[in-house]
Write a protein that binds this ligand. Structure first.
Ligand SMILES: Cc1ncc(COP(=O)(O)O)c(C=O)c1O
Length: 375
């Protein structure tokens, strides 16, 4: 792969060392151009293009379903993962009479707050220094659980879950599995035809680089009933343009969860972002992410930082979570900004997140700036 040439397509790389891709990833030029084109068309032609907006939605479901390798009837696009988890929590409540979900304590709040809000209890799996012991996690799954909830990749430590094994155990015990794919979509492959689950949500502004304000939702058709949805709107019905106010004749597909007008500009960007990933190849993307994050990991080890992320072969990702034994993370982030180097502080520690369009010079810039700071 010509990584140098590929990098040129990401404007964010041109004037700074940007290592905040787990927060909001840099966008490919073609994604930005697609957004600008749609914004322009909508401003200039508004309702004259109405049909195209709805064609775009249909096309987006084809793209998303191919990306996740599931039937098109099982996916839709909404605003965010909190919203999607709210839908899944509400469906789960009707599907099961059990009220305890198994999850680790390090999950991002969008994964769990919607379940607490709907009256579920969290059966919390302890971690050791923010790292999940997956053998222990899988061992804790039992028939009393209404569901198991897990991120494919943890937002803070970057730890990648063995989803196939978790899914197998869930199937053995007939416990629904719910996946938050926000920190993996666009970086690591997930074939939902192999990893059987009840539902999946992924916000698309992170590794997918699709811009802010969209999340894909998959619901397993075997456990989906549109009449169980917690809310519906005028586009949830089979014939929306009849504009009727009688008993809603809901679509049977998951896109019945689409309640009305959508952020079409963002959806167009999302479709283009998935095309970019397909062009570069998800396996190539993952390999480059691992190559660069391995490099950062080996250089960080030589400095006086505690590395929290585990780097087991099958669990490592582009997120490296670390902290200085004495210096406050907030101060470090601020000082790095003065050197034009950008990483996140998450909870009390530091998070550098490396994408395939970063390069060795980005890693050197971070190491050099950290070295200056601590010496
Ligand atoms: C694992 C994970 N899920 C979800 C989100 C975002 O959730 P939402 O789409 O609800 O804003 C984040 C980060 O912002 C995240 O790291």
């Amino acid at each position: 792969m010509n990584w140098k040439e590929i990098r040129q397509n990401f404007p964010i790389t041109q004037d700074k060392t940007y290592l905040m891709n787990a927060s909001i990833a840099g966008q490919h030029k073609s994604v930005i151009e697609e957004g600008q084109k749609w914004l322009n068309d909508i401003s200039l032609h508004a309702a004259l293009l109405e049909e195209r907006y709805f064609e775009l939605v249909v096309q987006s479901h084809d793209t998303v379903s191919a990306f996740l390798n599931v039937p098109r009837e099982s996916v839709t696009i909404t605003a965010n993962t909190g919203h999607n988890m709210g839908i899944l929590a509400s469906l789960l409540k009707k599907y099961s009479s059990k009220r305890k979900v198994l999850a680790s304590k390090v999950e991002f709040p969008s994964s769990l707050l919607p379940y607490l809000h709907q009256g579920f209890e969290i059966d919390e799996v302890e971690t050791k220094k923010d790292i999940i012991d997956f053998e222990e996690f899988i061992g804790k799954i039992n028939k009393e659980h209404a569901a198991v909830i897990i991120s494919h990749v943890q937002f803070q430590s970057g730890q990648r879950a063995p989803l196939l094994e978790i899914s197998k155990k869930c199937q053995e015990l007939d416990v629904p599995l719910i996946i938050n794919g926000t920190q993996s979509i666009g970086a690591f492959d997930l074939d939902l035809s192999k990893v059987k689950c009840f539902g999946y949500s992924a916000s698309t502004h992170k590794w997918l680089g699709a811009g802010l304000g969209c999340a894909v939702l998959y619901i397993n058709p075997e456990n989906f009933k549109a009449s169980d949805l917690p809310f519906v709107g005028w586009t949830s019905v089979k014939e929306p343009w009849l504009l009727l106010n009688n008993d809603p004749d809901l679509r049977e597909e998951v896109n019945a969860a689409q309640t009305g007008t959508l952020p079409f500009v963002m959806i167009a960007m999302l479709v283009q972002a998935m095309k970019v990933v397909n062009q570069v190849g998800i396996e190539n993307i993952s390999a480059r992410i691992i190559e660069l994050s391995d490099l950062l990991h080996s250089k960080l080890k030589e400095l006086d930082f505690d590395i929290i992320s585990n780097r087991d072969e099958d669990q490592k990702t582009g997120i490296i979570n670390f902290q200085h034994p004495t210096m406050c993370s907030e101060l470090i982030v601020e000082k790095l900004k003065e050197e034009n180097v950008y990483i996140n502080k998450r909870r009390t520690s530091l998070r550098a997140s490396i994408h395939y369009f970063n390069n060795e010079e980005d890693i050197d810039a971070l190491i050099k700036a950290l070295n200056q700071l601590i010496n």
